[in-house]
Design a protein around this ligand. Sequence first.
Ligand code: 13P
Ligand code: SF4
Length: 344
Amino acid sequence: MPIYLDRPYAIPAKPERLTAQQQPAYRAKVKQLLEQHNAVMVAHYYTDPALQALAEETGGCVADSLEMARFGRQHPAEILLVVGVRFMGETAKILSPEKQILMPTLAAECSLDLSCPATAFSDFCDQHPDRTVVVYANTSAAVKARADWVVTSSIAVELIDKLDSQGEKILWAPDRHLGDYVQRQTGADLLSWQGVCIVHDEFKGRALQQMKRLYPEGAVLVHPESPAAVIAQADVVGSTSQLIKAAQQLPQRTLIVATDQGIFYKMQQACPEKTLLAAPTAGAGATCRSCAQCPWMALNSLPALVDALEGDRDAHAIHLDPAVRERALLPLNRMLDFAQQLRT
Ligand code: 13P
Ligand code: SF4
C-alpha cells in the first residue's frame, strides 16, 4: 500500500523582512564576502526577490531545481551558496563533493522531502521489487540513494514516457499530484507515494474557475505539483523555468499563475508588459497555510546569507555520508544525461 504521512512537520513562521533602508548594507556585505571567499550564489525562483537580484548581480544563477544542479556542477567557485531549500543543497553536494556547499539556513526544508523518510520509503520499495524507482528531486540524499532515477518537473513526463515505452512499471515518490499528472499524460503503470507540496496543494479548482470568469481573456499557468482540478484548467503546465518561458511566449496579456509568488520577480522581468495575477489559494471557507509562498524558501534572508559566509560555517554546511552520496550520484547523473539528450 502507498504510504501517506499526514504532515508530520511544523511549518515555520515567516521571518521579518528587512526594510528598504536596512538592505543596502547587507547587500554590500554579501557581495564583498562572495568575492573574498570565491563563492557564488545559486538561487531558486521562489526566494525573496532581493536575493534573486543579488544572485544575478554577482554572477550567480536564479533558476529551477534542474538548472541549479547543472549550474553548481559546472561553476569553478570553491563555495556554492545555495539559496533555496535543503534538498537543493544536498543535490549540489552530491554533484560537487569537492566544493563547500553552504546554505543560509539548514532549516529550509520542503514538505515533500519531509513527508518521505528514507527508511519508510525503502520499505515501500522493498514491497514492490518489480518497479523502477523514480524519485522527484524534492527528496533527501538518502531517498535518492534508493532510486533508479531522479527527475525534476521539467522532464518528468518525458522520462516516465520513455520508461513506460520500455515496458517498465513505475514506483513514484513523493508528490502525488505530480505523479498523477505524469500518469495521466503517459498512461504509465505508476504507483505513487502520497506526499504533497503544501504550497501547490492549496490552489483551488473552483475558485480558479470563478477567477477565469473574471478574466476570460487570460491564460492559466500551473506548476504540476498542483491538484488535478487546477491542472485541468491550465493553458500551460510546467516547471518554474517552463512557466516563465511560456509567460513570455503566450499571446495573452493577462496571466493567472498557480505557483509560488516568488516566481513573479523573474516572470515580470521576462514579460514586463503583461499583468500577472496569483491563482486563488483559498476557496470559500478554506484556510490558507502558505498563501502561495513557501514558508521554508522564505527562511532565506540577507542576514542569513552574511552569517553563512562569515559566521560558523559548520552551522550552514551540507555534509553527507560518502556511501549515500556515491549511491545517490547514479540516479542524479542519469537524470542530467537524460536532460542533456532531450536538449540535443
Ligand atoms: P522546479 O523544479 O520547477 O524549480 O520546482 C521546485 C519546487 O520546489 C517546486 O515547488
Ligand atoms: Fe517544497 Fe513546495 Fe516549498 Fe517547493 S514550494 S520547496 S515543493 S514545500
